[in-house]
Design a protein around this ligand. Sequence first.
Ligand SMILES: *Cc1c(COP(=O)(O)O)cnc(C)c1O
Length: 400
Amino acid sequence: MPSMLRKTRLFTPGPTPLLPAAQRAMAAADVHHRTAEYRALQQRVVADLKTFIGTRNDVILLASSGSGAMEAAVSNLTSPGDKVLVLSAGKFGERWRDLARAFGCQVELVTAEYGQTFPLDQVRAKLSPEVRAVYMQATESSTGCRHDVAGVAKLLRGSDALLVVDAITGLGTTHLDVDGWGIDVIIGGSQKAVMVPPGVAYLAVSERAWQRMESARNPRYYFDLRKERKVAAKGESAYTPAIPVVAGLAASLDYIREMGSGDLAAGREALVANAETMAEMTRAAAQAQRLALFAAEPCAALTAILPPSGTDSGDIIKLFRQQFGAVVANGQGEMKGRIFRIAHLGYYDYVDTMGILAALEHVLAYVARPRHVEFGLGLKAAQEVYARAVAEKQAVAVTT
Ligand SMILES: *Cc1c(COP(=O)(O)O)cnc(C)c1O
């Protein structure tokens, strides 16, 4: 091991690197939640999250990781015996399936292999008037695959089935027209593209979904969304909120607004475009080094890459950590050892991404002996992607 300086850096699709301004805001957040100061903070964050999500629907904050909001989207919207459709092609799709079963739903499944997405006609074939809700991911973080939320939403037009989207890594990395497409519940998490630590899950809930809650009979207590909606009108939460994380979110949303020169919706688009460029650079670099990409429809939140044949991805991850202090994600569940995942969501810039791609070439050189790795091939490909993205942006700026 070379005795060189190493900084620990997260390249995992949650938790993600923290925004320094958010860290400062969190350190200063020793306020009580039943005060005017906190109520104003929460109301501001909720208003900004609506713009960030791109919805006029109510936004609710929960003190939990993202899965808490997923549970709320099952327990609040269903009754035992309800037929629901789950679209599953990875660990997080399976979480929807398991949650719906835990709450006594009759689960219909459309599955695709890990790394793939579902053909829309398979989804159409499973839709019937009895299906009360459809649960899916916008981006499946365990595989790096993007799913066609707009396509599924279109299939549901005119039906009574609610559309519930786990966009925990989709928000801030993907173009989502929440109200235009008719997404009834969309879920995000603080430790993903919004650059703060875990502790807050947020969800936007449509009027149709609020109405469904009036008749849904599954048990709920901590994650009772109707109770949260009532107190949120005054800037409160039913229980103690994750005060520092909410304060961090306020700072992050300000930062994203600055990315859009004072326009938060434009800032969100800039954040999405940034992730798209980082993802495209990473795909180009991996392919230039003859590594195969795992996802059929790669998302911009992260890139899942297959190690060279005969190599366990765990060895690659260990080398990243030991040699470079870089925390890269292994595959989850059945994908453990078979892929490694590099994140792009949130606070990553060109230098971060070039750094991890340069480190990747060294790591490959370690694991690939006696295979020869030519340094720079991946970096050149990534630089060309970046240069093209910047040139396109300048061309747009000149014509508008
Ligand atoms: C991170 C993540 C979740 C939530 O996981 P938690 O550990 O509960 O925050 C759910 N779905 C997707 C797609 C995710 O990336």
